[in-house]
Design a binder for this molecule. Structure first.
Ligand code: ADP
Ligand code: MG
Length: 402
């Protein structure tokens, strides 16, 4: 594919340069906002008539991801196409990629969509991950080493936000868990003693240039990201550089083009696992911007979505700079149901009265428990002040302290 930049504006034939995104969720919405800021037209393919990205895009192609007519319309409209939804079928990206710039490419996305392939890639890159076994057959189930228990059985495909995972202590539990997951291909991972979790977002251009955001300290609750904190000293410096190096080597090893998030575990100091694996262990990758990178919208000179646009359109990639310490609070649908079954509007006015707070809501028409409705970014000049404000915002919203 030519590396010529795809610039915003009107072509000789009178068409506006249009960037497309497969998937219409909140990540697609923020991509659309970033692309439009730079003067591009946008197209979203998503079957849902009320998808967050579809609602704000110039064009919304409302078909299934594999629909031939939908894909043909995307190719007709768009100069380049990206993806925001991890489970956009790789064959759809392959079809688009035959005629248009597509980033990330189908092969990299296919690896990220399959935990077994993903882990094999980590091993290839020499980045430590949890000891694991692939379970696709009853014989593989029986052959599992004792050392992998207690463990977590995860479906190889289609898991997210802790879904498609079962914790198992014994072989009997493992057997029934696999049956409960309908005996689909799975990965069993050793349960590791976590001290904390972090992630690194990199953007890699088609010419191989890689830039990165600083490592993000992430707190998960019930398998869903709850809080991300990013400031100098959030992680011990030795981990920070190691995590960045690992993320770069994972992206480069995939010949990745686009924005990639790599999630890590930091293991408890002195634990056997930390002695065997090292204290920093890669968990998984997401072939797209990530929830833990939403603070970049307010705390950095380029957001993760700006970099997604740049990598897609072959524009210059410049190392982004974080100008303010930041904390992001995820706003789940639960916040709407603090008073019972009838949804109430969270106290936005009180929250917006706090200095340095920016509210991002995704335009979802209905709040549901566990649904990602938006996020709140808090920035400021000093870490202590950002933390105090974030804790106050959490208190107002009914989010547990952290
Ligand atoms: P998802 O795709 O749902 O995000 P993850 O594999 O990231 O799935 O698992 C969700 C969360 O479960 C992780 O963020 C971590 O808190 C916990 N977890 C996952 N794997 C392990 C493990 N091997 N050891 C300990 N905790 C784990
Ligand atoms: Mg995860």
């Amino acid at each position: 594919m030519s590396l010529q930049s795809i610039l915003p504006g009107t072509s000789a034939s009178g068409q506006q340069t249009t960037l497309g995104v497969m998937g219409g969720g909140q990540l697609g919405r923020m991509f659309v906002h970033a692309a439009q800021t730079m003067g591009y037209f946008t197209a979203v393919l998503d079957p849902d008539s009320a998808s967050p990205a579809g609602l704000v895009s110039h064009f919304h192609i409302q078909t299934d991801y594999l629909d031939e007519q939908g894909l043909a319309q995307m190719m007709q409209r768009c100069a380049a196409i990206t993806t925001e939804f991890e489970n956009v079928p790789a064959p759809a990206l392959r079809t688009l990629g035959a005629q248009r710039v597509v980033a990330p490419g189908a092969d990299a996305v296919a690896i990220a969509q399959d935990r077994a392939q993903e882990k094999a890639h980590f091993v290839r890159c020499g980045v430590p991950c949890a000891p694991y076994a692939v379970i696709e057959t009853a014989a593989q189930l029986r052959a599992v080493r004792d050392a992998l228990l207690p463990g977590i059985l995860k479906t190889a495909r289609l898991g997210y936000d802790g879904k498609g995972q079962i914790r198992v202590n014994t072989r009997a539990e493992l057997t029934s868990a696999w049956a409960q997951l309908k005996s689909v291909p799975c990965v069993l991972e050793q349960m590791l003693p976590l001290a904390s979790e972090c992630s690194v977002i990199v953007a890699r251009g088609a010419d191989g240039t890689v830039v990165n955001f600083p490592p993000q300290l992430n707190l998960h609750r019930d398998g869903i990201l709850a809080v991300t904190q990013v400031f100098e000293g959030n992680l011990p410096p030795a981990f920070a550089q190691k995590a960045i190096d690992a993320a770069v080597s994972i992206a480069t090893g995939l010949d990745y083009v686009g924005v990639l998030c790599v999630e890590f575990f930091i293991l408890q100091t002195g634990s056997t696992a930390a002695k065997e694996l090292g204290a920093l262990v890669v968990n998984e990758i997401a072939p797209r911007p990530h929830n833990s990178g939403h603070y970049t919208l307010n705390a950095c000179d380029q957001s993760q979505f700006d970099l997604q646009v740049r990598t897609l359109a072959h524009l210059p990639l410049v190392q982004p700079r974080q100008h303010s310490p930041a904390i992001m609070l995820n706003l789940l649908g639960d916040l709407w149901f603090r008073d019972g079954d009838q949804p109430i509007t969270p106290p936005w006015s009180e929250v917006l009265a706090l200095p340095g707070a920016t509210l991002h809501l995704y335009g979802k028409l209905e709040a549901r428990m566990g649904r990602k409705m938006g996020h709140l970014n808090i920035t400021g000049a000093q870490v202590a002040q950002v933390r105090a404000t974030a804790l106050r915002a959490a208190e107002l919203l009914g989010i547990a302290p952290f």
